[in-house]
Design a binder for this molecule. Structure first.
Ligand code: NI
Length: 229
């Protein structure tokens, strides 16, 4: 299941991020790629352990964990420190088809997570570049994603995906992974459906309606049943 979450960062935040990133040093993106993905990865990234990447990453995590739609969709247990990449038309950057590594370790904090979900947070507006679509393959076919700056997409880390060559301009994004409390994608997707249904119903019926209380209890009990914490 692909889920888009709009407005994680405001346009002002995006502008500030971009300004800071423009003044930073970038390195070859292959430094964090696995063996297969290193063969198809052509981009640049901020050094993952740099102060600037960590500071901006913290801001993204704070913004995401205050966002009800993100929390409902991901039910995050651990979030990997966000990384930042840049694809420029001048250098013919792209990232060929690959699957992300199953486990990610962070040298700085010792954090190790199972990558259930991949996240891309767009930091360039779609008009700033041509190409650079994130293509995600799942059971239902191939999906092309290009979102406004400040929006993110969540998708299963187990899916094949790629970034098509940027043919004009520069595409800047943050990308990272998270481990969800609900490992099973079907269970996670049903929890998300139930949560959004309850939110919709509670607007019409109020939260103190007796059946709403039972339904909310069911939501929590399903999480209790499935969650690994
Ligand atoms: Ni990837």
């Amino acid at each position: 299941m692909l889920i888009c979450v709009p407005g994680i960062l405001s346009k002002d935040d995006v502008a500030e991020f971009r300004h800071i990133m423009d003044q930073s040093d970038w390195e070859d993106g292959r430094s964090t790629a696995g063996a297969q993905s290193a063969m198809v990865k052509r981009n640049e990234q901020l050094p993952p352990d740099s102060e600037v990447a960590r500071k901006l990453g913290h801001r993204i995590i704070s913004a995401m964990t205050a966002n009800p739609r993100f929390l409902a969709a991901a039910i995050p247990q651990q979030i990997f420190p966000p990384l930042f990449n840049r694809y420029s038309a001048e250098s013919g950057h792209h990232f060929g088809i690959h699957v992300d590594n199953a486990v990610r370790g962070d040298k700085l904090t010792g954090l190790r997570i199972r990558t259930d979900l991949s996240v891309t947070l767009f930091l360039s507006e779609p008009e700033e570049y041509d190409g650079g679509e994130l293509i995600i393959e799942d059971l239902y076919g191939s999906h092309e994603i290009k979102l406004p700056a400040g929006d993110l997409v969540l998708y299963p880390a187990s899916s094949l995906h790629m970034v098509t060559p940027v043919t004009r301009g520069v595409r800047v994004a943050s990308f990272f992974w998270l481990q969800s409390m609900i490992r099973d994608p079907l269970a996670r997707s049903m929890i998300f459906d139930l949560d959004t249904t309850i939110q919709g119903l509670s607007q019409r019926m109020g939260r103190d309606d007796p059946e709403m209380v039972r339904l909310t209890g069911l939501y929590h009990n399903l999480i209790r049943y499935w969650a690994e914490v």
